[in-house]
Design a protein around this ligand. Structure first.
Ligand code: BEZ
Length: 219
């Protein structure tokens, strides 16, 4: 099954480095970032998991929990954490799912149904499609999906920026332009009439009839 934005994120139970979790229950009332990597003890993945460890506080500020996943066993994740700390200087304190039967990878459409049901003998290349990010909201709906090639490490600052936009636009009838960041002007959505725009946002600028900009509303 292919997943799309606004679909309900599939729920699952899984073993993690912090014990068994039921995903929706673990998410609770906040946001969650589920991010996968092709294989433990590989170079790009080592830098990615360390970068996420360094950003955990930034995600927490946004009420977003983070959880990593690969088809490697939990014991492998535990051994790998030392390397991640040595290389990046960051301790991994978020849970890592050991998806050894590929159940979650298949549920999230990272691997095809015919990928088998064991991590045994799988090479990093076999898991090439497993470098994905899913941002999930408190309503358990998928807000963002991203998949990168095996050879390209992800930019997790972009995930933080996207969460800022997702949370702002969930509250106000605005959208955020290209490269927007906190504090920049925002776009008033088409659903808001000009009269309503004045009432909601005070003042705004009409760049084109379909592009109306205003100051970022207060959270
Ligand atoms: C890496 O993270 O460096 C990597 C992952 C899968 C295949 C090859 C390299």
């Amino acid at each position: 099954m292919s997943l799309r934005i606004n679909d309900t994120a599939p729920d699952f139970t899984a073993d993690t480095t912090q014990g068994a979790i039921r995903f929706h229950e673990w998410i609770g009332d906040g946001y969650a970032v589920l991010f996968s990597h092709p294989k433990d003890f590989t170079p790009v993945c080592t830098t990615e998991l360390g970068t996420m460890a360094g950003l955990e506080d930034e995600f927490a500020k946004r009420n977003a929990k983070i959880v990593g996943i690969s088809v490697d066993p939990v014991e492998s994740h535990e051994r790998w954490k030392d390397d991640i700390r040595t290389v990046t200087g960051h301790a991994v304190n978020y849970p890592l799912i050991g998806d050894t039967d590929l159940k979650v990878a298949k549920l999230y459409d990272m691997l095809p149904a015919e990928a088998g049901d064991s991590c045994e003998g799988r090479t990093p290349a076999d898991n090439a499609t497993v470098r994905s990010v899913f941002v999930i909201g408190p309503d358990k709906k998928i807000k963002l999906i991203l998949t990168y090639p095996m050879s390209t490490g992800r930019n997790f600052q972009e995930i933080l920026r996207a969460i800022d936009s997702i949370q702002l636009t969930a509250k106000h009838q605005v959208a955020t332009p290209a490269d927007w960041k906190q504090g920049d002007d925002v776009i008033i959505t088409a659903a808001v009439s000009n009269e309503d725009a004045v009432r909601r946002f005070g003042s705004y600028e009409t760049i084109l009839p379909y592009i109306r900009k205003t100051k970022q509303p207060a959270a």
